[in-house]
Design a protein around this ligand. Structure first.
Ligand SMILES: [Zn+2]
Length: 371
């Protein structure tokens, strides 16, 4: 298990590098137990890994849905290089160690151990290692649209994301907006001849300070949040900028109308234009993912909780591929090793003991639902 984990963490699978190498590592690992798998690759080294352990299918299948990609290492300095998979004090350090190569290593090992033991299963195991979860969920979308009639009936979907062994049944959705203000370029020495797009953006940001998205807080998921997280504007220090652009990350609640938020922005633009005729702006959706809301009282969740010895399910702040898999018609549960608070940060790590513990949990889950 540890060697597999180190190989996966040592293989950079950012959006720029693609997931193909990691998919091949997992495929080879499964092959050691004569488990067939398919590496579905496209574009520049993008890839999904799909494996299915077929049975007579007397019970519905379990789908373990992982993602192979990781976010970039970022600008901050790491104590352990991000793709070195350094082992220190019982931990493996590296980008993706917690999110979610620890979960992948545990699931793959659990599946191999069950298959190697010769235990007869009565429902299929399906394993997905998806591309692009951190960017556009291209892998999960491709999996759902490509499988068609090729999948068995799924009884439940398990996402081995880092929940530190909490059973998670809900998370907020995501709406990413790209907002631009437009101006008129002019020489830096004659600002009165141009329209400064950065000035327009300052006015807009001022309005956003007091803007509240109208939605009732959710009992498990809390509030809808909004944060302006990128800004780009201007090209030369002596040119009045004709464009300024911000990226806004909005985390939405179940049932929330995302178009209503876009409409709010249009209203704010209209208000600013009334104050200043030269104000010009546009808003577009970069990415939208719905919220996840699995019924905590459904049989699958109750059985899942009892298999892992947890009394109640929770919600988390981060988003997953879960909402893209809801169309498979099965409840989605998130459960895995690793601390959510170390994800997407420098010196991300996972405790090796937690990954070992996860192997046992996943075996228990497979046996509970499929034997
Ligand atoms: Zn993740």
């Amino acid at each position: 298990m540890k060697e597999l984990l180190r190989k996966l963490v040592g293989t950079e699978t950012t959006a720029a590098r693609g997931e193909l190498a990691a998919a091949e590592i997992i495929s080879a690992e499964l092959g050691r137990s004569q488990i067939e798998s398919r590496v579905d690759s496209w574009g520049q080294d993008r890839a999904n890994l799909v494996a299915r352990i077929k049975t007579a299918g007397h019970k519905g299948a379990l789908l373990f849905a992982c993602h192979l990609d990781v976010v970039g290492p970022g600008e901050a300095k790491w104590g352990h290089p991000p793709f070195s998979a350094a082992e220190r004090d019982g931990r493996i350090y590296g980008r993706g160690s917690a999110d979610m190569k620890g979960g992948i290593a545990a699931v793959v090992t659990a599946i191999r151990q069950v298959v190697d033991s010769g235990i007869k299963l009565v429902g299929d195991i399906v394993l997905l290692g998806a591309a692009g979860e951190e960017t556009d969920s291209c892998g999960a979308k491709r999996f759902v649209s490509a499988v068609g009639g090729d999948l068995p009936d799924i009884a439940g979907v398990v996402l081995p994301e880092p929940t530190d062994f909490e059973v998670v049944t809900g998370h907020r959705g995501m709406l990413w907006l790209d907002v631009k203000t437009f101006g008129k370029a002019a020489h830096g020495s004659t600002p009165e001849l141009g329209v400064n797009a950065i000035g327009s953006m300052r006015d807009l940001l001022g309005e956003l300070e007091s803007y509240k998205i109208r939605v009732e807080p959710h009992k498990l998921l809390g509030e809808c949040s909004m944060s302006v997280n990128t800004i780009v504007g201007g090209k030369e220090i002596n040119v009045i900028p004709d464009k300024c652009e911000i990226g806004i990350d909005i985390r939405t609640l179940p049932g929330q109308n995302q178009q209503a938020i876009v409409d709010d922005f249009q209203r704010i633009f209209a208000r600013l234009k009334q104050k200043k005729a030269e104000f010009q702006a546009s808003v577009s959706i970069v990415r939208e993912v719905g919220a996840l809301e699995t019924e905590p009282a459904c049989d699958f969740v109750k059985e899942f909780c009892s298999a892992v010895g947890v009394t109640e399910s929770k919600a988390v702040g981060f988003t997953t591929d879960g909402p893209h898999l809801v169309s498979l018609g099965a409840p989605v549960v998130i459960f895995g090793p690793g601390k959510p608070e170390v994800c997407h940060k420098p010196d991300e790590y996972i405790d090796i003991a937690d990954v070992q513990k996860a192997v046992e949990y996943y075996k228990d889950i497979i046996l509970k639902f499929l034997s």
